[in-house]
Design a protein around this ligand. Structure first.
Ligand code: G3I
Length: 315
């Protein structure tokens, strides 16, 4: 059957988030992953809570297995995510002193990025730094370390792997939104301070009936700051039940996002947040919505798979 990877020009990274449990247990999942994608992102296993469940005792196994799979299948690895308010290990306490928290964060970033130096082409250094209104998100890091944690995180990651492309990643910033404007100002400010923010990731968790405004124009204005851009976590949820008409609408929005990425020279990768409806966070997170991926629960390609291939072939 035609594959996304087969249709992609050699310089286009077509990636997906990977569910490590299915990678380990489902041969059809593995073969589809290898056939259709030339890039992978760990959906969970490189998050801090997964890597260091107890202080100083790292569990690298699942992350190493994904990196090995990617290397065996000629796939680039996108590291996700070094600093994220949602995956701080339970043992990291907000009652600690700022100095201790800063040191713990420094050690985490340095340890993880050093281990995968040369194996990971890009990192989500800070994920979801902004609140919905565009102000800096009130996280343990902002509360205890102040806004300087952003520059620290990028500088520490750059020291550990000067060749990795360092991204700031967020959602609700795909079109021309207030949050996107705030992200644009934040990236411009950090770069004016010499902070190595080298890429901006647009998660793109979308609803089939809500097309973001002017995605290409938005990606372009970030590119004009001198950074790479990437679609990092694309899925397009449908209000269930999925009907043929809804699946066509979904396919059109998938195609529209890919078209925008391909139209912007600095768009370096286009990544889906999972590829099968059998494993999608949407099911648990948005009751009444689902069917968000390009393969169905039985790993059969959906119209969105064909629309992405058609878009890739136009290049
Ligand atoms: O497998 C572990 C198990 O070993 C562990 O004992 C248990 C205890 O928490 O958790 C199990 O892991 C689950 C993990 O998914 C693997 O399936 C976690 O409970 C669960 O919270 C985790 O959810 C992920 C979520 O991020 C939080 O990390 C979702 O799969 C993942 O799709 C979602 O992805 C996020 C991106 O990282 C950032 N952008 C938004 C996106 C959607 O929320």
């Amino acid at each position: 059957r035609p594959t996304l990877r087969g249709a992609a020009p050699s310089n286009v990274r077509i990636g997906t988030a990977v569910d490590s449990r299915l990678l380990e247990t489902d041969p059809r999942y593995r073969s589809t992953l290898a056939a259709d994608f030339n890039a992978v992102t760990p959906e969970y296993v490189m998050k801090w809570a997964a890597l260091e469940p107890t202080p100083g005792r790292y569990d690298w196994e699942a992350a190493d297995r994904l990196v090995a799979f990617a290397e065996a299948n000629g796939q680039a690895v996108y590291g996700h995510a070094l600093v994220w308010h949602s995956s701080v290990p339970a043992w990291v306490s907000e009652s600690w002193s700022p100095a201790r928290l800063r040191e713990v964060l420094h050690k985490h970033i340095t340890t993880v990025v050093s281990r995968y130096r040369g194996k990971v082409w890009a990192w989500d250094v800070v994920n979801e730094a902004l609140a919905e209104n565009g102000s800096l998100r009130q996280s343990i890091w902002l509360r205890k370390l102040g806004p300087g944690y952003l520059a620290d995180a990028f500088r520490w990651a750059h020291e550990a792997d000067p060749d990795a492309r360092l991204f700031i990643n967020d959602y609700g910033t795909e079109g021309r939104t207030k949050k996107a404007d705030a992200l644009w100002r934040l990236v411009r400010q950090l770069r004016s301070q010499g902070v190595p923010v080298q890429g901006v990731g647009f998660q793109s968790h979308l609803r089939a009936d809500q097309d973001p405004t002017d995605i290409a124009g938005n990606l372009r204005r970030f590119g004009a700051l001198g950074v790479a851009v990437a679609v990092t976590e694309l899925d397009v949820r449908l209000q269930l039940p999925a009907t043929p008409e809804k699946l066509v609408g979904q396919a059109l929005l998938y195609q529209h996002v890919l078209e925008a990425c391909l139209a912007v020279p600095t768009c370096e990768s286009f990544t889906l947040w999972g590829f099968t409806d059998a494993s999608s966070w949407v099911t648990y997170h948005y009751p009444g919505y689902g069917a968000a991926c390009v393969f169905d629960t039985d790993l059969k390609p959906k119209p969105a798979h064909a629309s992405l291939i058609a878009e890739l072939r136009e290049r």
